[in-house]
Design a protein around this ligand. Structure first.
Ligand SMILES: [Fe+2]
Length: 293
């Protein structure tokens, strides 16, 4: 039975994608409880599944998935980040055996990436998930991510146990956008491995920071900032070709890489590994980076 609904989802995506152009801007921000999404998929409510897919693709809606994670996940990522902070920052390409690592992506380093961002990132791969804290982190993130993969037309566990030589790998990223200018500029994400992008919100505007945050581009290229609506534990889910970014977080403050007071976020993505020639990455639309792909 399970197979059947997944086949329906895949076929439906393929038919819409062959008939309509990809969405590039957002028209509306809708809200749905994560539990409701889970119910629609678990109980194979085909009509509602198709409606959601149409909403994301043809109607260009983005969804706030309410309570996609437990709010204690915030505590877990702060603890995890503190552990990694004791290790030297580093960088490792995605080859078999690549370790987890963290890196400060500042004005200079960001030029090496395909999208301009000012952030402190902590990268996690499933083959390195060993400590109870890492397991707790993984379990809570995947509770949400498996359903996002499913609505996007992949099986719930697709890619989860892959290693880089298999070409595609899951990667979790804890991101700290520092106060004093943490940002992510206009970009689109590749749809090759996952049509739908989602990420977990781990900070509250007005408490952890005062300005900036997540936005989409609207019909007239205007910024549609949704940060006021977001709560810790929510996730934002949308079709990856819709232009989005993170507006500078508290740009009037002095840039602070050390403080835990920042805008925290958990990104999750199925990446082409470095074993893939001409691997697809996100695309910056602001000409801020020099990498040409
Ligand atoms: Fe993105």
């Amino acid at each position: 039975m399970k197979k059947k609904i997944l086949t329906t989802i895949k076929k439906y995506w393929n038919s819409l994608e062959s008939k309509y152009p990809v969405p590039t801007y957002v028209t509306k921000i809708k809200e749905i409880e994560f539990k409701a999404l889970k119910d629609i998929l678990d109980n194979k409510k085909e009509h509602k599944v198709k409606q959601l897919i149409r909403d994301m693709y043809i109607k260009k809606y983005a969804f706030i998935l309410r309570n996609a994670s437990n709010s204690s996940l915030k505590d877990t990522i702060i603890k995890l980040s503190s552990k990694y902070d004791k290790k030297k920052p580093s960088f490792h390409k995605m080859y078999d055996g690549t370790p987890n690592f963290h890196r400060f992506i500042d004005k200079k380093i960001t030029k090496k990436y395909s999208v301009y961002a000012i952030k402190h990132s902590y990268f996690f791969y499933n083959w390195n998930i060993k400590t109870p804290l890492e397991k707790k982190f993984k379990d809570e993130v995947y509770r949400h991510w498996r359903y996002v993969k499913f609505i996007a037309g992949n099986s719930k566990k697709a890619f989860e146990n892959n290693i880089p030589s298999m070409s595609q790998v899951d990667r979790l990223q804890i991101i700290k956008y520092p106060l004093g200018g943490g940002e992510l500029r206009d970009h689109v994400d590749p749809r090759k491995n996952q049509r739908i992008v989602s990420g977990l919100i781990m900070s509250k505007k007005g408490e952890d920071f005062n300005s900036g945050g997540f936005y989409f581009r609207g019909r007239n290229r205007q910024k549609v900032n949704l940060e006021n609506k977001l709560k810790i534990g929510d996730s934002v889910m949308f079709y990856g070709s819709i232009v989005h970014g993170v507006d500078k977080v508290d740009p009037n403050k002095k840039l602070n890489w050390k403080s835990k007071k920042a805008r925290w976020f958990i990104g999750m993505f199925v990446n082409d590994s470095d074993h893939v020639k001409d691997r697809l990455t996100a695309k910056d639309l602001t000409k801020s980076v020099s990498v040409v792909r």
